[in-house]
Design a protein around this ligand. Structure first.
Ligand code: NDP
Length: 311
């Protein structure tokens, strides 16, 4: 029997598991590598209230447990290992685990996700999920009626500040320079919201509180003056880093590292390699969109195998 697999999936967030469910049901007997953080970004969130089908919400880790169970039910093989090297130079693609074991497959589905960037403050780490969040769309609702702060000045920060301003009486936007990187239209939206106060030249010194966020200490980096903002939520929107470094020699990506796929598909320019989820999406970054592109990747992989006469 050949050791060459039909389909290997790298990553175990909503994209990876959805790809696995579709690939397994299509008879591809997929092998999925979970990576270092099985379950992906949802494992560090609490309630997920915006994923359709869970009217009462579900905890992120519980939801990923369900995804995994569903993938396994149809025969997905799961390995709790990290892939740290790939070679996509031939039609049979090669990948290596951390322990240097080689696996080969006709199709590879990449669902390695992206990681939110953090400021790196100990207080930010301590209060993670206790008022500190990197996703306003996911967690903003929990701060309805409360004052919050958001760090960042790109399109994400502008979009999330505007989103929060519809839920919260006051949004403090902490911008480290005297201008924003966000597009003009997004900046205009921020300025049009009367309850967003932009603090220019402002850095975060510390998030206050032990068990929940009780405020944030900020410093004006021009004057050195420090002050405390009375907020219950602290959002960090300073960018994401797609987990795609190992694919750099082989796949097209933008300057940040997001994988490029052909419009309306999950196909990369390399035959038999498909990308899904946040690793290829810098705009939406939602569990439900990741699941959708995971499905696309599996369907594209199945079609590819049929076209090549492998399946
Ligand atoms: P960006 O990299 O564009 O912006 C990051 C922001 O965070 C910058 O303003 C940066 O400040 C600030 N920042 C970085 N590190 C720190 C720090 N340590 N302390 C304080 N501030 C910090 O990331 P985004 O996530 O905003 O956007 C990523 C890409 O996605 C962009 O191309 C964007 O256009 C796109 N996007 C598009 C959307 C849309 O079209 N609707 C929505 C969201 C994103 P500084 O400017 O000083 O470097």
């Amino acid at each position: 029997m050949s050791d060459i697999r039909n389909c290997i999936i790298i990553g175990s967030g909503p994209a990876g598991y959805t790809a696995a469910i579709y690939a397994a049901r299509a008879g591809l007997t997929p092998l999925l590598f979970t990576g270092a953080e099985p379950g992906g970004q949802l494992m560090i969130t609490t309630d997920v209230e915006n994923y359709p089908g869970y009217p009462d919400g579900i905890m992120g880790p519980a939801m990923m447990g369900e995804f995994q169970k569903q993938a396994e039910r149809f025969g997905t093989e799961i390995k709790y290992e990290m892939i740290n090297k790939v070679d996509f130079s031939e039609s049979v693609h090669k990948i290596w685990t951390e322990s240097d074991e080689l696996f080969e497959a006709h199709t590879i589905i990449i669902s390695t996700g992206a990681s939110a960037k953090w400021l790196g403050l100990p207080s930010e780490q301590r209060l993670m999920n206790k008022g500190v969040s990197a996703c306003a769309v996911c967690d903003g609702f929990f701060f309805k009626g409360m004052d919050v702060a958001i760090v960042g000045a790109g399109d994400t920060a502008a979009e999330e500040a505007t989103y929060l301003a519809k839920l919260c009486p006051k949004v403090h936007m902490l911008v480290r320079r005297d201008e924003m990187r966000a597009s003009k239209i997004m900046q205009e939206r921020v300025h049009d919201m009367p309850n967003i106060e932009v603090h220019w030249n402002t850095e975060t010194v510390e998030v206050l509180g032990e068990e929940e966020v009780e405020g944030v200490r900020v410093r004006n980096n021009k004057t050195g003056e420090e002050s405390t903002l009375d907020v219950k939520g602290f959002f960090v929107a300073i960018g994401h880093k797609p987990n795609t470094d190992i694919f750099k020699p082989w796949l097209e990506m933008d300057d940040v590292g997001y994988l490029l796929v052909q419009c309306g598909s999950a196909k990369t320019k390399t035959e038999g390699v498909f990308a899904s989820g946040d690793a290829a999406d810098k705009v939406y970054r939602q569990a439900v969109t990741a699941a959708g592109t995971g499905c696309m990747a599996a369907l594209d992989a199945e079609r590819y195998l049929v076209e090549k006469g492998i399946l």
